[in-house]
Design a binder for this molecule. Structure first.
Ligand code: KG4
Ligand code: ZN
Length: 336
């Protein structure tokens, strides 16, 4: 590489206001995340209007903080990358407009980034990418198997037909009266429970890499209701462990099959559910003797952050892609 580049990342697609500075797409200089979880907890989920208001309040504070304890100044910044979608439109708009304002004021190029590309590129802080690679993306809004033959190109080979994995975790957590976000709560309970309840696995048609979690979710509801009607008390940790076993088995098996079929050189796991201990353990074990390198980000880079947006933005920057100041938030942006 001729010259080091420094990219600022901005992420506001859901309930984290985040700004980061990344060097050459692989080194985190600063990474600030202001979480809104406490504000949304009492509603049992993210309230879009509240999320937007918090982003407005937090953006300048987080932006300043990202530059505070580092030796980098705006003069050295090469471009500003921002999540343009998918996500909550009101929340995305705050990030996009902030990025546009700063890009204009500081006279820096602007780069729109797909949120899922960001999750995938969080792995570049762990390992250099080796193509073709397969990414299992599991977040609150997405569950996808993505094939990448080169930087910046994404082919979705399978996706959920209903709920995303994280969404299923959050819904089951609610049934168990656990606080938002439910994923980490179920993960914790699952580690002390037993997989004593047999929940279904949605394999779908032969050879399909799509996913489905709505049947599993209904099965958990029915099991809880039926037990209640019989006056039986099911242990929450056993429900959590059994539910998690179903999710993890399907995610791991389908990833393994696809990795073999597409003869990939690397497998990466991305998104909030990649923080799940059960999934991390199962997928590590599954790939341990295959010779295929596996990358899973550390927990703070699995959930939403801006370092991943800067990392994905770095690739676009190096490929000469730029967005205009007419960049708009796109809540249903497609990964391509
Ligand atoms: O990627 P992310 O931070 O935001 C989206 O882009 O959606 O993912 C958030 C999702 C939530 O559904 C949350 O419950 C889930 O990730 N999650 C987990 C864990 N940590 C976060 N799910 C299972 N186990 C975890 N440890
Ligand atoms: Zn996300």
């Amino acid at each position: 590489m001729d010259k080091d580049n420094y990219i600022v990342g901005i992420e506001t697609s859901c309930d984290e206001t985040a700004v980061a500075i990344v060097k050459n797409g692989t080194e985190i200089i600063s990474n600030v995340v202001a979480s809104q979880i406490e504000s949304h907890k009492r509603f049992g989920g993210v309230v879009p209007e509240i999320a937007s208001r918090h982003h407005v309040e937090q953006m300048t504070v987080v932006l300043e903080e990202a530059f505070e304890q580092v030796a980098i100044t705006w003069d050295e910044i090469d471009a500003i990358a921002v999540t343009e979608g998918p996500g909550l439109v009101g929340a995305l708009l705050i990030g996009v407009n902030s990025a546009k304002a700063v890009a204009f004021a500081k006279q820096k190029p602007l780069i729109g980034v797909h949120h899922i590309a960001g999750h995938i590129y969080a792995n570049r802080f762990e390992q250099e990418f080796q193509f073709p690679l397969l990414a299992l993306v599991v977040s609150g809004g997405h569950t996808e198997l993505v094939l990448m033959k080169e930087h910046g190109h994404f082919e979705v080979i399978g996706e959920t037909r209903d709920d995303a994995a994280g969404e299923a975790y959050d819904k089951v957590a609610r049934m168990l009266d656990l606080p938002y976000p439910g994923g980490p709560q179920i993960d914790r309970l699952a580690s002390i429970g037993s997989e004593s309840i047999s929940f279904p696995r949605a394999w779908l048609e032969d050879g399909s890499y799509d996913f489905s979690f709505s049947g599993l979710k209904s099965s958990v509801i029915n099991t809880i209701h039926n037990a209640k009607q019989r006056g039986e008390e099911l242990k929450r940790e056993d429900i959590a462990a059994s539910f998690q076993a179903s999710v993890v088995e399907v995610l791991t098996e389908k990833t393994f099959k696809a990795a073999k079929q597409y003869d990939v050189k690397q497998v990466i796991v991305a998104g909030g559910v990649a923080a799940n201990k059960g999934l991390r353990g199962a997928i590590q074990q599954c790939f341990s003797n295959t010779g295929i390198p596996l990358s899973i980000p550390p927990l703070n880079l699995c959930t939403d952050n801006a370092a991943m947006i800067a990392a994905a933005g770095t690739i676009s920057y190096e490929q000469g892609k730029r967005s205009g100041l007419d960049l708009n938030a796109n809540p249903s942006l497609v990964l391509s």
